[in-house]
Ligand binder design. Structure first.
Ligand SMILES: Nc1ncnc2c1ncn2[C@@H]1O[C@H](COP(=O)(O)OP(=O)(O)OP(=O)(O)O)[C@@H](O)[C@H]1O
Ligand SMILES: [Mg+2]
Length: 505
């Protein structure tokens, strides 16, 4: 066993000011295994991997990596180049490819000096072709990365790591942005890579895939490692208990009769720049006290629907009304005034301004509110008080409300946005993939908050590719496919799945 260890983390600790992100974490990885690293949002998973990869310098602890002969060597800490040279590859939660450069150059960039790059292009391509052949990671190599789908970009990132001869691959929430089909493909690719001698650590909040695809599970809680087990000994309840230290409460949904229409779309079309932004003759009504679930594989018009309701695009035909009042030329501020609250899909780009503080982000949509701003001056004290209150009520954890919002963990950014939206008691809530990347507890909180909003009379459009989430929360379900919206006649999982895939209802 010992000679099979490819990676050994011992006693790693990391603090950010008052936040203890990692506390004395030890972990080993065996050659050819897939280790799932689990934990609540903010538990310290990404931080631990960033220390491994040299992005952060630990306050204490050591990292040892095996060489090609299986002999462990201490890794110089805080040096990404050293980690790369030792065979560690990392694919981050948020991709970091150059968008205007093609995949081939993205993959080779940084591995070789630019001058020799041109000369060695044929050799580079042959090497990449070989990796694609063995791993099954298919991606177009000659197209600017900006034109690739999310799944393809991710494969390019993995190819980049393998091109640099990674023997240990770290994937931070690799399936958070993938469709279920793409996720399955990714895991079968990972299986081929394992056979090829790779070892993998992947971070995930999706217990189904963890149970299906990992060999072993390690759990972090509040920065400490609280458990490890073979996946064959694990089940959802056991993992959940280990992650949060208690059983997670189930969200109870009560039947309610719907009220008056809050949002009506009549024969609306949107001519988007791509398929994901295009809508074709969509009609829908969402009533007060009602959650309309919009199910579908992402890329089928969800972005267009969300932009439409947010006032970010104009319909090319058809009408849109909030509370029975027609809105002929929707704009974002017009929609906010009409009572629309928005939980955007891309929370990093559309949800927060990373350089502003947590407190400022909590009031960013009501800067004209006299409580927040008077005579052109921000009312700092009111903003801080509001932030402390909301952080408490919505369990936003992190380095404090004065810190930049970009320092929050993924899940805590989402809680910040929820706090901002729900606090204004909107008439209509547009929730676009609201639990993506959230841990079970935080996801349950989102569900509970949506149900509370429904109970107080809001109408909710819940766009999600997580069918379980929709089945658990929605009163009615519509399926979006190729820009068309069709109400599902049933709440039968399999039938809705077929509609999503394009088969007749
Ligand atoms: N550069 C930083 N400065 C200050 N605090 C930080 C920094 N990076 C991370 N943190 C804090 O450290 C804690 C652990 O964050 P980390 O990103 O490792 O969590 P995570 O387990 O990956 O969560 P998620 O599942 O939400 O991605 C969080 O409270 C986070 O706000
Ligand atoms: Mg993380």
């Amino acid at each position: 066993m010992a000679e099979n260890t490819v990676l050994k983390l011992s006693g790693l600790s990391k603090r950010f000011g008052s936040v203890v992100a990692n506390d004395d974490v030890s972990l080993t990885l065996v050659k050819g295994e897939v280790l799932a690293l689990l934990g609540e949002n903010g538990a310290g998973k990404t931080t631990l991997m960033n220390m491994l990869f040299g992005h952060y310098l630990p306050d204490a602890g050591t990292v040892e990596v095996a060489d090609a002969n299986g002999v462990l060597h201490a890794l110089p800490l805080g040096h990404p180049q050293a980690a790369l040279a030792a065979g560690i590859g990392m694919v981050h939660q948020h991709f970091a490819l150059a968008e205007n450069i093609n995949a081939l150059d993205n993959i080779t960039l940084g591995s070789e000096p630019l001058r020799s790059l041109k000369r060695n292009r044929a050799a580079a391509r042959a090497k990449i072709d070989g990796i694609i052949e063995r791993s099954g990671l298919k991606a177009p190599l000659d197209v600017p990365v900006g034109q690739l789908s999310v799944g393809e970009r991710q494969r390019v990132e993995i190819l980049k790591a393998l091109y640099r001869d990674a023997r240990i691959l770290v994937l931070d929430e690799p399936t958070a942005v993938l469709t279920p089909q793409e996720a399955d493909t990714l895991f079968s690719n990972i299986r081929s890579m394992i056979t090829d001698g790779l070892s993998v650590i992947f971070i995930s909040h999706k217990l189904r895939e963890v149970l299906e695809f990992s060999d072993r599970i390690a759990v972090l809680r509040h920065g400490r490692k609280v458990g490890e087990m073979a996946t064959t000994d694990a089940d959802e309840a056991k993992i959940a208990r280990m992650m949060v230290g208690a059983d997670t409460p189930k969200v109870a949904r009560q039947e309610m009769s719907p009220g008056a229409p809050v949002l009506s779309l009549k024969n609306v079309s949107v001519s988007g720049r791509s398929q994901r932004e295009t809508l074709d003759n969509v009609s829908l009504t969402v009533n007060a006290n009602e959650i309309l679930g919009v199910a579908g594989i992402s890329g089928n018009g969800q972005a267009g629907l969300a932009q439409l309701i947010a006032g970010l695009v104009q319909p090319s035909s058809g009408t849109i009304a909030v509370d029975d009042e027609d809105i002929p030329k929707p704009t974002p501020s017009r929609m906010v005034q009409a009572g629309v609250g928005r939980i955007p899909e891309d929370r990093h780009h559309e949800g927060i301004v990373g350089a502003m503080s947590v407190a400022e982000n909590m009031v960013i949509e009501r800067l004209d509110d006299p409580d927040i701003q008077s005579l052109g001056l921000l009312r700092r004290e009111a903003i801080a008080d509001n932030a402390v209150k909301l952080a408490q009520a919505y369990d936003v954890r992190g380095p404090g409300v004065d810190a930049s919002a970009r320092l929050l963990s993924g899940g805590n950014i989402q809680k910040l946005i929820l706090a901002r939206v729900f606090e204004r008691a909107p008439r209509l809530i547009l929730a676009n993939q609201p639990t993506r990347g959230l841990d079970m507890g935080a996801a349950a909180t989102v569900g509970r908050r949506l149900l509370e909003a429904r109970a107080r009379g809001a109408g909710i459009v819940l766009i999600s590719e997580d069918l379980d989430e929709i089945l658990g929360l929605a009163d009615r379900i519509a399926v979006i496919r190729d820009g068309h919206l069709t109400e599902a006649p049933t709440n039968n999982r399999e039938q809705i799945g077929l509609m999503m895939a394009g088969a007749a209802a």
